[in-house]
Design a protein around this ligand. Sequence first.
Ligand code: PRP
Length: 207
Amino acid sequence: MAATVVDHPVVQDRLTRLRHVDTDRSRFRHALHEVARLVVYESLRDLPVTPITVPTPLTEAQGATVTEPPMLVPILRAGLGMLDAALELVPDARVGFVGLRRDEQTLRSEWYLDTVPADLDGAAALVLDPMLATGGSMIQTCRRLRDAGAGSIVAACILAAPEGVAAVEAAALDVAIHTAAVDPGLNEVGFIVPGLGDAGDRLFGTA
Ligand code: PRP
């Protein structure tokens, strides 16, 4: 399966809090922030660094610095819940917002916002979306990024369904998916099961 599962006890602990139906909005936001930070951390493992020499109190040390952070691309709304955590790790990153709303009947995602630059000129992109269900939103976003000339594209998710992972793979957009878990599948209305419900609604109180 073309998804890297960030399998770590702390990730599983926070993910369990997210799943719990009684986790209130404040705790949901906090747990999402925490698990996003860990998944994004792993998603950035292949980030290029520039070698530098720095003075220490004793002598000089060879070090490395991140000079080309990826463009962060949160898919609204739920992806906003991962943005601050990603910015903690790559504070200089540019941010391009994608607004996609999934029609609950057709499960097709429709655009309502797009602030990704028209020309990415080979820049890397990191897409943020807690939920990879059918994969429609992720595929549309990554197609947009490919059309803009993105370099590497990595997706950081919290929960994925096998159907979504397979769909992204079949779209042949060369996207590396990182997620905290891959659940058994989708139900008849396209929700990840057992899942955590609707991440956007739980984050913003619109259930
Ligand atoms: C949900 C979720 C993903 C998308 C996943 O967003 O946050 O963005 O659906 O589904 P897919 O893989 O089948 O495309 P939704 O459209 O409900 O918008 P929201 O984040 O504003 O709640």
